[in-house]
Design a protein around this ligand. Structure first.
Ligand code: ADP
Length: 428
């Protein structure tokens, strides 16, 4: 554990710390960010009214559109001479949103990433192969800073140039790799093609994030790269990667949110009302300690649940894997659909591998989904009974009929380093 004192803080003390940090945060944003002052004034709320995290529910949400309306620096709470770095979201869903960091924000960023990497199995002295993109995306530099803080030797490989990545994996012998899950799939496939026995590599851990993924991809990556793979979650508006992390000894139970810095709520997608622990809704974060770019109740659009589980390792709350972004949700014939649901069905079928895309089409006046998915090596993509079997499984578990197109291994475009496109919308 990187910071055992804070990661195991008794819940009462954690709440007291959060409340103190929240009070200071609301004072700061009211004083320094006109956008928040206006919002408070409109609601007739004074900073002193917000005393505990329970009071957060009285505050309005902050949305991605608010960031865009104040593009690029309008929500910064510090003058430029105190800003040490500027990042932008990868713009997956539109114009990039810009965020800034003070010296102290970078310290916090590196601290939470160091905690996350340790939680994923990293130890000082290990070598980190960082295949997250370097640049405006928070992934590359964020992981780099945290790995350095933990005491790792970082190879700043960045994304892409897969052949060179294979050489580095073989020759530099990294212990841990960090990249998107879809790029880890690409690397696993590339190793197979190049005849590299990944058991001979020194790689032990993969820390995967920046896009939704499921157990199907975990199995493929763990087998394909001979690693233990865990989930890292984050978003630039809150800090970047390292908002939460899955423990390598508690796989499948969710990811610890470093809630001394990032206070989570899960709210109803339609009403915005906070939901009880364990219920699925939109994840909302208040960044309790951020200085340059503080955010109150940021609507992430990501769908998951939060809960305290029985783990005795840490006291912090966990979040379930992200099902998808609320705006990525397809509504097909009245049924809500995330691509991760199809990925879960793939997981149960030995003849498929989780390299897939959902093609959304018009069928008459109705929307329809066609699943393109690769078969495993040695399986025939022409076998109509396999397609039928998959289609039936989808119908049984998701409740929707989908056409299935089986593809040969290597036929679905794979990630070249960044986030991958699972949904191809052909309706327009
Ligand atoms: P953009 O919104 O442009 O993609 P970011 O690079 O900041 O900008 O990406 C943050 C988003 O990426 C999150 O809100 C979430 O949707 C997704 N994401 C990040 N990590 C994960 C993860 N481990 N699982 C699922 N989704 C993730």
């Amino acid at each position: 554990m990187y910071n055992s004192k804070l990661e195991t803080l008794p819940l009462e003390e954690l709440r007291a710390l959060q409340n103190a940090r929240l009070s200071s945060l609301v004072e700061r944003v009211y004083r320094d960010v006109p956008f928040y002052k206006k919002k408070f004034d409109e609601k007739g709320i004074l900073p002193g009214d917000i005393k505990t995290v329970e009071d957060l529910r009285h505050l309005p949400f902050t949305y991605k559109t608010d960031l865009r309306d104040h593009y690029p620096f309008g929500l910064f709470a510090k003058p430029m001479d105190q800003i040490r770095r500027i990042h932008a979201s990868s713009g997956t869903t539109g114009k990039p949103t810009v965020v800034g960091y003070t010296e102290n924000d970078l310290e916090v960023f590196h601290e939470v990433v160091a905690r996350s990497l340790a939680c994923a199995g990293a130890k000082p002295g290990m070598i980190m192969h960082n295949a997250y993109g370097y640049g405006l995306f928070t992934g590359g530099l964020g992981i780099h800073g945290g790995a350095t803080k933990l005491g790792m030797a970082v190879i700043p490989v960045s994304g892409g140039m897969t052949e060179r990545q294979l050489i580095i994996l073989q020759d530099f012998k990294p212990d841990m790799i960090c990249c998107t899950p879809s790029y880890a799939q690409t690397l696993a496939e590339a190793c197979k093609k190049a005849g590299i026995d990944t058991k001979d590599l020194n790689l032990k851990y993969a820390v995967l994030g920046a896009e939704p993924w499921t157990e199907a991809v975990r199995s493929q990556v763990e087998n394909g790269l001979s690693v233990s793979a865990t989930n890292i979650y984050g978003l630039s508006e809150i800090i970047g990667p390292g908002v939460s992390q899955e423990d390598y000894e508690e796989k499948g139970t969710g990811s610890y949110i470093w809630e001394d810095h990032f206070y989570p709520e899960v709210v109803d997608r339609d009403t915005g009302e906070p939901l009880p622990y364990g219920e699925e809704g939109v994840l909302v974060f208040t960044a309790l300690t951020k200085e340059a770019f503080p955010v109150l109740r940021y609507w992430t659009n990501d769908i998951c649940s939060i809960y305290y589980d029985k783990s005795e390792k840490r006291t912090h709350i966990k979040m379930s894997n992200i099902k998808g972004r609320s705006d990525d949700m397809l509504i097909i014939r009245g049924v809500n659909l995330f691509h991760t649901q199809v990925e879960e069905v793939i997981n149960g079928l030995e003849f498929l591998q989780p390299n897939y895309q959902l093609h959304v089409k018009k069928k008459g006046i109705m929307d329809a989904v066609e699943v393109h998915v690769e078969v495993q090596n040695g399986v025939s993509a022409e076998d109509a009974s396999l397609a039928q079997h998959f289609s039936k499984r989808i119908k049984n578990s998701i409740g929707l009929s989908m056409d299935v197109v089986l593809k040969n291994p290597g036929d679905i475009p794979m990630s070249q380093g960044g986030k991958t496109q699972r949904i191809v919308d052909l309706r327009k």
